[in-house]
Design a protein around this ligand. Sequence first.
Ligand SMILES: [Zn+2]
Length: 76
Amino acid sequence: MPFFDFRCQQCGQQFEKKVSNAEKSSVRCPECGGSDVKQMISSFFTASTSSGAAPPPSCYGGCEGCAQGKPGGNLV
Ligand SMILES: [Zn+2]
């Protein structure tokens, strides 16, 4: 289950929460309890939308996802 970044529209509090797709619409602000929260786009989420587990071939060593499975620098 992925983490999502949210921002409260009422008090400006930003927070991270682990929710399912179904729960995203019912997230409450932990600071003021308001339900007017907006989901922010996190880098993790955008990087893994299209290709799933495998990073795009164009970003060797260029992103945080690649840092974990970096092929030793010999791959051109
Ligand atoms: Zn709030």
